[in-house]
Design a binder for this molecule. Structure first.
Ligand code: AOF
Ligand code: ZN
Length: 397
């Protein structure tokens, strides 16, 4: 089932989330118009997205207060330490909040965190009805928020656009469910599934528009991760250049830790965001000061002698990284897939044929087609001449 309408336009290209959750309705003049429940819930999504890239580890939340079918106030969560969306909306409505209906994409919280419980503010404001989309997976909330509101005599409805609401906050939901960063695997391949020619040339497979899109994915991620093969062949910078946004951490996975000295990830590490993940502590004796500016993670070895990726994800989580964009190459992609550690696949296919070359994904050790990885909630969109496939692997079929 597709999770949302996909509409493309120049402005939508800036973020994968905006591609997926392009506003469906025109809300100009919304204070006087009447809207359906679905439209109002959709509006909470648009408001939530205003906090995009700033809320983690908190979710993106938008709130709309209505009275007699009309919007009287709105709010959204700007990030940890800032008021929750409901509090913003209630604050703006003032006394007018009495008797209003609250629409919100996440169940209102009921705990003291960095801020006070929304359930209390909702009750005190005299709100009559609460319509929320998804239950908050935070164990401190998880249905308790709704229970408390009902106990206070407030009419509570949930479930409207709940699948979409969970997707909107997929990183937040993933963090709580899997207790590790959310992993997106992104690959740009030719029609015949190659990411490079036989000589290793890969510049460029996808078009300019897709490369911008890829940079927006970087800007939205806590870290970008590549294997040693990619560092050697492509010497990538892994910074955000084609769009505005902050650089993510750059993780190099290398069992040997043997980095060439002229690597851009070392020489262009002014922001001190390059991390080398190896199986042993390995600042080379001859290391110059540029090498010493890197962060080193020493990780467990898996049974096959390679880096234990689950351990890597735990290190990343402890480091405060909430989402990781795996950019290849083929072996790293295969390792993450084999370990079932990919939450989302973004596959960009350019309309070119390369012939013999480097496969997009290495050996997965599959013998039969019925063992192939399948996807749910997938959708496709056009990005200049390329086609983009987005899907969520079904690990527990
Ligand atoms: C809401 N509305 O807008 C948000 C909620 O540290 P705090 O006080 O900001 O609390 C963070 C938790 O509150 C977060 O883990 C999630 O359970 C909930 N976030 N809840 O009702 C909001 N951002
Ligand atoms: Zn709250």
């Amino acid at each position: 089932m597709p999770t949302a309408t996909v509409r493309m336009g120049e402005d939508r290209q800036k973020s994968s989330l905006l591609v997926q959750f392009a506003p469906k309705y025109n809300f100009r003049g919304f204070f006087v118009a009447e809207f359906s429940k679905t439209e109002l819930m959709q509006r909470t999504f648009s408001l939530a997205l205003k906090g995009r890239g700033r809320t983690l580890p908190n979710p993106m939340v938008g709130a709309v207060l209505t009275k007699n079918g009309r919007i009287i106030a709105e709010g959204y969560h700007k990030g940890p330490g800032y008021p929750h969306a409901e509090i913003e909306a209630i604050g703006k409505a003032g006394k007018n909040a009495k008797g209003a209906t609250l629409y919100v994409n996440l169940e209102p919280c009921c705990h003291f965190g960095r801020t006070g419980p929304c359930t209390e503010a909702i009750t005190e404001a005299g709100i009559k009805r609460v319509v929320y989309a998804a239950t908050d997976p935070n164990p401190l909330v998880k249905g308790r928020g709704a229970k408390i509101l009902k106990k206070a005599g407030i009419e509570v409805t949930n479930g409207l656009l709940s699948t979409e609401a969970a997707r909107l906050n997929e990183v937040y939901f993933g963090l709580l469910k899997n207790e590790r960063p959310f992993v997106t695997l992104k690959l740009a391949q030719s029609l015949d599934g190659r990411i490079a020619t036989i000589d290793g040339d890969s510049k460029w497979i996808s078009g300019e528009k897709s490369r911008k899109f890829a940079h927006s994915l970087r800007a939205e991620s806590g870290a970008v991760l590549v294997g040693m093969g990619t560092v050697r062949k492509d010497n990538p910078s892994l910074t955000v250049r084609h769009v505005r946004g902050k650089n993510p951490y750059r993780i190099i996975v290398s069992t040997s830790g043997d980095l060439p000295m002229n690597t851009r990830l070392i020489s262009e590490n002014q922001d001190l965001k390059t991390i080398l993940a190896t199986t042993h502590m390995s600042i080379p004796k001859s290391a110059n000061s540029r090498f010493k500016k890197m962060t080193y993670w020493t990780l467990e070895k898996a049974a096959n002698g390679e880096i234990d990726l689950a351990d890597l994800l735990q290190k990343a989580k402890a480091f405060g990284i909430h989402s990781i964009l795996v950019e290849g190459g083929a072996e790293i992609a295969a390792s993450f897939l084999k370990d079932k550690l990919v939450d989302k696949l973004i596959l960009i296919t350019a309309p070119i044929i390369v012939g013999k070359g480097v496969d997009a994904i290495g050996d997965l050790g599959l013998k039969r087609i019925d063992q192939a990885i399948t996807f749910k909630d997938s959708y496709r969109f056009q990005s200049g001449p390329d086609e983009v496939f987005v899907g969520y692997p079904e690990w527990s079929k």
